[in-house]
Each structure stands twice: as structure tokens, then as C-alpha cells.
Design a protein around this ligand. Structure first.
Ligand code: RB5
Length: 151
């Protein structure tokens, strides 16, 4: 798969660790984040990764900021994006199985690097269940976008 990754300055150290983890799983990485020591306002990488996933230039996205929250809020403004903040592997599994989340967001100031790698690995190795009740709920989320528009 092609995985888009983005981060702000709070995650400059964690991002390369996660990039290596994603590559070790056999995926291609599209890295639009900043390097250690560089700064960027988190809505910028959040939107960029969201657009890469929504346009299908990337299959899934990974975002990292201080808490994982701000950057996910930005990504979720892009139509078709379901970005989920995860601080544990159970949530990372369930957001794929139940919510078909297409972006995972992690807080570099919240979780350590080993847990972050496990979270990303779980996210990237779990498929959407495809069960009707979950698809119905995802369709309801999509209908909110259709009714109010945000493309
Ligand atoms: C940056 O200092 C910090 O606010 C940002 O990384 C993130 O935690 C926002 O949600």
C-alpha cells in the first residue's frame, strides 16, 4: 500500500521511527511531514494527508502531532476522511474493523515510540469488517458531508 504520513514539530523525533516501521511492513511511504527541528502548524500536514487519502493517491494515512487531536481535526475537514486518534492497539483495530478509518492519528507527547509502532502496525494490518451495520453507520457519516458539503 501507499501510506501518507504527516507530522508537526511535536512529532519530529517520532515520525522517522514510524516511517521505518511502515517501510518494514512493506509499504511505500509518502512523507509530507517536517524533519526534527523544523516547525509547521498542524492543520497544514493534517489537510495534506487528508487530501492524499481522499484523492486515493495514498491508500491510508498516518498523522502525528503532540496529542494527535489537532492534526486529526484538520484531516477530518477533508471530505471522505475518517481520521481516528488512537493511543492503544485495541482502538487502532476497532477503528479499522468498525469505522473503516482511513487515517490514524497519534500523539507523540502521549504514547511512547514502541506503543506508537504497535498502534500503526495494528492499524495497517487490520481490514474493515464490511458488516452491514458498520457500513450503514459509515454511510450516515458520509450523508452528513453530502448534506452540508465541505469539499
Ligand atoms: C504543538 O505545540 C501542539 O499544539 C500540537 O502538536 C498538537 O498537540 C495539537 O493538537
Amino acid at each position: 500500500m501507499k501510506i501518507a504520513i504527516g507530522n508537526d514539530h511535536a512529532a519530529g523525533e517520532l515520525k522517522p521511527v514510524i516511517v521505518d516501521c511502515i517501510k518494514a511492513l512493506g509499504h511505500e511511504v509518502i512523507d509530507i511531514g517536517v524533519a526534527p527541528g523544523e516547525a509547521v502548524d498542524y492543520p497544514i500536514p493534517g489537510e495534506k494527508v487528508g487530501r492524499l487519502v481522499a484523492s486515493k493517491e495514498a491508500d491510508l494515512g498516518v498523522l502525528i502531532c503532540g496529542t494527535g487531536v489537532g492534526i486529526s481535526l484538520a484531516a477530518n475537514k477533508v471530505k471522505g476522511i475518517r481520521a481516528a486518534v488512537c493511543s492503544d492497539t485495541a482502538t487502532a483495530r476497532l477503528v479499522r474493523e468498525h469505522n473503516d478509518a482511513n487515517v490514524i492519528s497519534i500523539g507523540a507527547r502521549i504514547v511512547g515510540s514502541e506503543l506508537a509502532k504497535d498502534i500503526v502496525t495494528t492499524f495497517l494490518t487490520t481490514d474493515f469488517s464490511g458488516e452491514e451495520r458498520h457500513q450503514r453507520r459509515i454511510d450516515l457519516i458520509s450523508s452528513i458531508e453530502e448534506n452540508f458539503g465541505n469539499s
